[in-house]
Design a protein around this ligand. Sequence first.
Ligand code: B1M
Length: 212
Amino acid sequence: MADLSEIAKSLVERDIAKTEELTRAAIDANIPAQEILNKDVVAGMQVVGEQLGGGEIFLPELLMAGEAAKAAMKLLRPLLTKQEGVTGYTGKAAIGTVQGDVHDIGKNLVLMMLKANEWEITDLGVDVTPEEFCTAVRENDFQVLGLSALLTVTMPAQERTIEALKAAGLRDKVKMAIGGAVCTQRWADQIGADCYAADAAEAVEKFRLLIQ
Ligand code: B1M
């Protein structure tokens, strides 16, 4: 953990109170919220993921690290700033994590960044079935629908969701974006998504391009 920041270390150590305290201190020291998110929170979760992959930690530890990340994100949420060129209401979008997948930290980060950039956003939650995505699209006038997936085994649920929208005659009603650590542009092309975004900042940029 030699090169990790103090916030990232506290996350890896699953110390929720310390993560909160250090995040508050970084905010007070005028470090930009975006920088704290990327250099500290995301970097810390990256290490936690590697520890899980290497069998150094297990699910309960992973959950606690996730809670520490959420505590930091709660403090950072109101401080996220608009990207250049955003001047007013942008559009309406919804994002959910696909069926079988409960990871929501990244999705929430994307939601936070879109909100900060004047999007009207609906959070569809986690473990969202293709049918639930269809209902949400049918009953609303979202311009963009985002599907987040963090597990290799839940990537096919993104494809099933796109197919379900097609079968329900809803595919042309909405632009579809995918994201999550396991996704790629190639996967987006393969399943017929309109865009792939690697991170929250890219999501803001690409969502905007989708509705231009
Ligand atoms: Co899970 N988990 N997890 N986990 N977990 C991963 C994803 C894993 C890579 C860890 C590992 O093994 N190294 C691995 C998946 C391997 C794979 O399939 N390739 C894994 C596993 C295996 C599992 C379980 C199966 C473990 C088990 O039960 N044995 C289990 C599955 C549960 C389920 O979903 N059914 C599980 C459970 C959990 C917790 C619940 C304990 C917890 C989640 C808590 C929560 O989210 N509320 C958890 C966590 C925290 C992780 C890691 C450590 C961190 C994920 C995270 O929050 N990253 C993760 C390891 C890793 O990713 N390095 C891991 C920080 C976040 C900001 O990044 O989510 O990538 P990320 O989001 C980014 C981008 O991807 C993008 O923007 C975000 C911001 O930059 N993005 C989008 C995300 N969604 C987007 C949507 C968009 C656009 C961009 O448009 C729609």
